[in-house]
Design a protein around this ligand. Structure first.
Ligand SMILES: *[C@@H]1O[C@H](CO)[C@@H](O)[C@H](O)[C@H]1NC(C)=O
Ligand SMILES: *[C@@H]1O[C@H](CO)[C@@H](O)[C@H](O)[C@H]1NC(C)=O
Length: 335
């Protein structure tokens, strides 16, 4: 789950530096480097549950009113997970996720097929959704009279995306997205799902970092060269959609490695697991930490990205924890 306090932590580190409290920028960098490379502090463990090892049929539920341009950006990102593009690609980024296995030694799949989509443009459960109501949205999509999605407990994964005018419990206050599994009493079977909200209007500074940043910090994230007009540009032209891509990436990495919340996570508390993407929030490239996003690419228009996708697309996705290197990693790493 992408919680917000991690960003707050990064930002408070940032404020620390700017106030020139005991930490020198040098120490700050060393600390960040340390975190990126640390194997002592982080203990991601396998708790014997399943991972998503079979080829996945992904179903999108577009809840509310969606801009077709944003939809095609998101679809292209999802296609890019399984289709090769030039290095470093989204598929290369997914290789880190594939390093996680289950008890049988089966790796997480590299095959995620966007199979069907459902449009809930009538806001079937209203414009305010509790966390649990997301499961009712899935129920509606799989039981609709028209163009219902299949209910696929064998290898289905459901992605609920809510539009800019939909409020979701804790959205923008505590989370940008989460994943869980459905209860048979609501949906009929147990299937893994993830939810991500469009943050472009509600809270870009919270959930579309680093394309926007929270006002209270008083300044943009370091590495984006300061000044409102110099903040990192979005690779696909929309703060909300491009910000969602990284949150979707985060949730997909976690739902596949911890679909029933009993597989891969760090920490002793299964009700608040620190999952493989939670460990790397705000880390997009080498040297990241303390509010600095790390070494990423910037094109001549100032658009930031770190991976390539299908149809010449570029995306900025956060790194995930590599269990072999025991640090956050992505294909754009310099070492
Ligand atoms: C599967 O996971 C193991 C353990 O992390 C790793 O050594 C191997 O390269 C992975 N295989 C694939 C295809 O990613
Ligand atoms: C942040 O600041 C900008 C410019 O001052 C303003 O337009 C915007 O509404 C502020 N956002 C929030 C969430 O306060």
């Amino acid at each position: 789950m992408l919680k917000l306090h991690s960003h707050f932590l990064l930002l408070s580190l940032l404020l620390f530096t700017s106030l020139a409290l005991p930490w020198s920028p040098n120490q700050q960098f060393k600390h960040a480097k340390n975190y990126e490379g640390s194997s002592d502090l982080v203990d991601v463990q396998y708790h014997m549950g399943p991972v998503l090892a079979s080829p996945i049929n992904l179903y999108i539920i577009w809840y509310g009113h969606w801009n077709p341009t944003h939809q095609s950006t998101i679809r292209d990102f999802l296609y890019s997970i399984s289709y090769p593009s030039s290095f470093p690609s989204v598929a290369d980024w997914w290789r880190t996720v594939r390093l996680y296995t289950d008890q049988t030694g089966s790796n997480i799949t590299g095959n995620i097929v966007l199979s069907e989509e459902f449009y809930d443009s009538a806001y079937s459960h209203g414009r305010y959704l509790s966390r649990l109501a997301i499961q009712s949205v899935i129920k509606t999509a799989v039981t609709s009279y028209q163009r219902a999605l299949p209910l696929n407990p064998r290898n289905g994964l459901y992605l609920v995306l809510t539009s800019s005018d939909v409020q979701v419990q804790d959205f923008c206050r505590a989370v940008c997205g989460f994943h869980y599994f459905t209860f048979p009493t609501i949906v009929g079977v147990t299937v893994p799902y993830a939810w991500v909200g469009y943050s472009g209007t509600q809270c870009p500074g919270m959930c579309a970092y680093p394309f926007a940043w929270p006002n209270y910090s008083g300044r943009p994230p370091p590495g984006t060269s300061g000044g409102a007009s110099n903040i990192m540009g979005t690779p696909n032209g929309d703060v909300g959609a491009d910000g969602m891509i990284s949150v979707i990436a985060h949730e997909l990495a976690e739902v596949t490695s911890n679909p029933l919340v009993n597989a891969w996570y760090a920490g002793d508390d299964p009700t608040a697991p620190t999952e493989i993407a939670d460990l790397c929030v705000g880390v997009y490239g080498s040297g990241a930490g303390g509010g600095y996003v790390g070494k990423v690419y910037t094109d001549s228009w100032g658009k930031g990205y770190n991976v390539n996708g299908v149809r010449g697309r570029r995306f900025l996705v956060q790194w995930v924890w590599n269990p072999l290197k025991r640090r956050c990693f992505g294909p754009n790493a310099m070492d």
